[in-house]
Design a protein around this ligand. Structure first.
Ligand SMILES: NC(=O)C1=CN([C@@H]2O[C@H](COP(=O)(O)OP(=O)(O)OC[C@H]3O[C@@H](n4cnc5c(N)ncnc54)[C@H](OP(=O)(O)O)[C@@H]3O)[C@@H](O)[C@H]2O)C=CC1
Ligand SMILES: CC(=O)N[C@@H](CCC(=O)OP(=O)(O)O)C(=O)O
Length: 309
């Protein structure tokens, strides 16, 4: 196929934007429309590029993303939004292609696709098949913990960590993290979970944990393995399968620069205690890799093209 699709990245100079740009620069079917640096926050220049583009990818803070969508809608532009502004909003399709059997087709047809949050990608991938199968009750009170590399906080956090080496920090202690809504909505939960993340003194890579008391892990692992069988980017590991090289530790950086995500189930059958874990690159399957995967689906291109850095 020789046709090239035009893509404009609004927010191309940010962390997510740059990573998408790097991926798309070598994409055989994409021509990147770029904006003059001096004009990158000017509405009219951005809107002109949105009009020319087959898809505009928004890599902006939430408020700026909302404004950009208004500009895009005025010229009927197709949008893929990496921000958290539209993830549970009517009229938008949630860009997790592996969510269920019909999600890819919804993404392919959509004019407005919202790329999932990094933590939410891991939590929803673990929860959705299990709540749907009735193996986890929708109203079960859950706690979700996670650790992310500092690149998850964008340019400001990267600068802070690189200059000051701030060390590990726990947050989410106000019970209001911005990924909670999408975790609950797409994870199939009727009860709001507690979500308590942390940021580590390393650049990228994340682990998302869901500990479960009074629960056997084996049927959960079986369901996850069956549900994701054949998916290119989600690998379900064997029960209690720690990395051979690094056991007893599970390292957050193992999938960096890839669009892959691993799901693990650790269980103690006698104690009936289980921990579900997702491992992914917050900038890969958690952001830019996922955005390129969604873009490929929106344009009817091979899903795996240039999703890895
Ligand atoms: N980092 C991550 O792991 C993930 C981030 N995201 C989301 O992606 C979006 C971008 O995040 P991230 O790349 O980390 O953020 P960054 O802070 O690294 O980049 C944001 C970019 O947007 C630009 N910008 C801000 N306001 C405007 C505006 N009004 N018009 C045009 N450009 C503007 C900024 O410009 P300037 O350079 O001048 O500041 C900057 O280049 C956010 O919504 C974030 O939540 C999603 C998943 C993961
Ligand atoms: C370490 C860190 O600060 N992480 C960010 C989440 C990054 C992310 O996924 O952002 P989006 O919701 O825009 O997708 C946070 O907790 O707010």
């Amino acid at each position: 196929m020789s046709q090239k699709y035009r893509v404009f990245i609004d927010g191309q100079a940010g962390t997510t934007g740059l990573q998408i740009q790097q991926r798309l620069a070598r994409h055989p079917h994409i021509e990147l429309l770029s904006i003059d640096d001096a004009q990158r926050k000017e509405a009219s220049a951005r809107q002109a590029l949105m009009k020319q583009a087959d898809v505009t990818i928004l890599c902006l803070p939430d408020a700026a993303a909302r404004e950009a969508v208004a500009l895009a809608d005025e010229v009927g532009a197709r949008v893929l939004d990496a921000s958290s502004a539209h993830r549970v909003q009517d009229g938008w399709v949630y860009g997790l292609p592996e969510l269920d059997a019909g999600q890819r087709e919804k993404i392919r047809q959509a004019s407005h696709v919202s790329n999932p949050g990094c933590y939410a990608t891991g939590a929803i991938a673990l929860l959705a098949p299990l709540t749907r199968a009735g193996l986890l009750a929708a109203d079960r009170p859950l706690a979700i913990n996670a650790v992310s590399g500092y690149s998850g906080g964008g340019k400001a956090m990267i600068e802070k960590y690189q200059q000051q080496g701030t060390g590990f920090a726990a947050y989410g202690l106000g019970f209001d993290h911005k990924h909670l809504k999408e975790m609950q909505a797409w994870g199939g939960l009727s009860t709001r979970p507690i979500f308590q993340p942390g940021v580590g003194d390393y650049a990228q890579g994340m682990l998302v944990f869901i500990p479960l008391n009074d629960t056997d892990g084996e049927p959960l692992q079986r369901e996850l393995a069956a549900f994701y069988a054949g998916q290119q980017f989600i690998q379900v590991r064997e029960l209690n399968n720690l990395d051979g090289d690094t056991a007893p530790y599970l390292l957050p950086e193992a999938l960096n620069n890839s669009n892959n995500m691993e799901l693990f189930v650790f269980t103690h059958p006698q104690q009936r205690q289980t921990i579900l874990v997702a491992r992914l690159d917050n900038l890969g399957k958690g952001a830019s890799g996922a955005a390129v995967q969604n873009l490929n689906i929106m344009l009817g291109l091979a899903e795996e093209t240039c999703v890895n850095l």
